[in-house]
Design a binder for this molecule. Sequence first.
Ligand code: PBE
Length: 297
Amino acid sequence: MKKHKFITGAAALSAAMLASACGSDEASSSDQSLGEELDYTITGIEPGAGLTGLSKNALEDYSNLEGWELEESSTASMLIALEDAIDNEEPLVITGWTPHWMFSAYDLKFLEDPKESLGGPENIQTITRLGLEEDMPEAFKILDAFEWELEDLQSVMYAGQDIPFEEAGQNWIDENQDKVAQWTEDVEPVDGEKIELVSTPWDSERASSSVLKPILEAQGYDVTVTAVDPAVMFEAIATGGADASIAPWLPATHAAFYEKHEEDMLDLGPNLTGGQNGIAVPAYMDIDSIEDLEPKE
Ligand code: PBE
């Protein structure tokens, strides 16, 4: 699996600088506590991610995380730090989630989260702007029917690490004509009508977009998919600037945005179940719970 295909030089460079600044080549770790070794830092992702908000809640909720910090950067930098730690069998605490290929590429475990700061099982859900059903009934039928399994999304997401997502999505469509037929049952073709989808930049959502877009195009739609921060995505749907999204993670990840805009959008329910967020560590680390992290003295 080519893990770094989409990582830019700048991101790689800043992550390398972060890694060296974090003291990975400090002297013997045996005389240091885990917290000291990690500089009391949880390696996080983008500031705008729902997961970042949940992780900040965890820092508040757990008294043993007194003195710990969440380092916000990007998914690409977090993944480089993770690969680096695993290559050297060093400790690292990250904010992680599934579905993501990190759990198939590496042996990771979520730390137990007895306070459920990071939520429980997550769905990926479909939302539309108000009035879409009246304005674009055929697209609405597809969006309403669109629902797939974790294995489907994962197969597109894994393929997307080696080939362009457009190709991975089209291959999945070619191999899953029965599911596509269900989603497009009784749908009348349209003539180049424009539809604007909003999504987020993570690989799970690049995968789902790469499948939905050509399906709508095959029905005659002119489809735009724009990847934005979750806050912007909900805002766009609520204001009618965009038509629909299949990218919201709920009930916990995007709860803050959902609650803000609930009245101004339509929720079509889960298109996928079986997601999970958490604080994660390489499996070789001998801690099992967020509560095993010791407070800064
Ligand atoms: N994630 C993956 C995103 C949604 C998809 C869990 C990193 C987030 O907003 O946190």
